[in-house]
Design a protein around this ligand. Sequence first.
Ligand code: FAD
Length: 467
Amino acid sequence: MIKNLASRLQKLVNCYVSDEKQILRFYSVDSSFYKKNPKVVVFPKHASQISKIIKFASRENIPIVARGGSTGLVGSALTNGIILDMKHFNRIRVFNNHIAVGSGVSKGQTDQVLLKHRKFLGPNPSVGPYCTIGGMISTNASGTKSLKYGSVIDNLLSIRIIDGQGRLIDLPSNSNISRKINSLLDENIVFPDVTKNSCGYRLDKIKDGETHKIIAGSESTLGIILEAKLKIYNIPRKRELFVIGLDSLESASELVPYILPLNPAALELIDDSIMKFIPFNFDKRIHCLLLVEFDSMVSKSTKKLQSIIPKSWIIYETVKADHIARWWAYRDAALYYTLKNIPKNHLIPHIIEDATIPVQNLQFLIPILRKLVKEYKSRFVTYGHIGNGNIHIRLISSNHIQVNNLAKEFFSFVIAIGGSISGEHGDGIARTKYVKMQYSKDVYSKFIRLKQIFDPKSILNPKNIIS
Ligand SMILES: Cc1cc2nc3c(=O)[nH]c(=O)nc-3n(C[C@H](O)[C@H](O)[C@H](O)COP(=O)(O)OP(=O)(O)OC[C@H]3O[C@@H](n4cnc5c(N)ncnc54)[C@H](O)[C@@H]3O)c2cc1C
């Protein structure tokens, strides 16, 4: 039992520290299925305060986790120890082709500032303005536009963190830490061959000295992110959106590999349980939608699209910005609509919600999913980033189903066809125990060595990613 933790921390760092019941309750949950009661919540303003707190926590053996917008879906922002709310790390500086931004800045604030410069950030989680830069980096977040503009890891240029020993580290410029990270790399590292992966630590992305990328997807386990530099892009001059109506999820999966060579900026899926919330007069034979957006070589790409699919399949097309935004708002609300479909007592923990598979294997996914849910007497709702092979699945059942067994069967299949058990939401409480299924013993032992470089006493978000 740690006595007077809040007052001791308050004395140590002289910033707002709270152990009020209501505050602790608020921070005991995020957007996942889980709950953990923190002991205190601290609102640091300076790097030196975080460093002091980490050194203190290390002596007292108290876990620490950073908190952004609480929109994470796997419980990786929860702890029984100290929460660092990073909202005061809120500086934004815009440069020609990148942004230097504090980890506590929300995506919404970032977008507003960038809009004035006619720029935007590539990864755009569907939760919109609420998530923060720190949370996005920590989960290696992505979104509808990641098909063209990549996940956070593809856009991260440099990072500043405080590690588990309280050291301020800039990557890639810190040569000592970079050398240690590089020493873990060898040609035996086998990672899933997918365009999006938020499972484990992304050693496969450390090329050409880009050691900062190891922090993307690290879920508060290697360091507390203070600020980072991220690529930005010019807002496209012209965009065109197509809504394609299809008779089944299987037909949609088969069509995707034909659309991808046209270089769409986005290629997304919505199933019929979500479609019913969209105010549009869909033909009864349509059971799912593909949303396809082009934002470069628009005329050429749209002509090609029209030549590879029957005209009748295109149920809507528009170049009007407000109409495009409206359809993306429907897609972004897919999780909300999904949950509206599920009576509270039919909710199943969403462990299998974020797998990514190689797109050439998409045709195998829906049949295996149908077989599994039948076996486990449940149903599913699905939507997501089908152009990346990254499909979100929510299970519905009135039965008490063995969700861990279902997850193991599903993940075995995903891994066997070259996929990742998480494309963008990360491991957290939901999936950490399955990370060992994903990677070889050799790669997993490298993960443990990596953790030791940054956080040898396992103070930072222990039992996440590696257990
Ligand atoms: C409706 C809905 C839709 C979503 N759609 C998408 C989507 O399209 N794509 C996608 O990728 N995700 C999506 N998500 C998941 C979520 O929004 C992202 O994972 C988001 O990036 C988390 O950001 P956050 O600020 O809310 O982080 P939090 O939930 O606060 O934390 C998430 C993780 O980041 C860590 N973290 C936060 N700040 C820091 C920091 N400064 N230093 C170190 N670690 C830190 C936390 O410890 C935790 O491990 C969605 C979630 C919801 C609820």
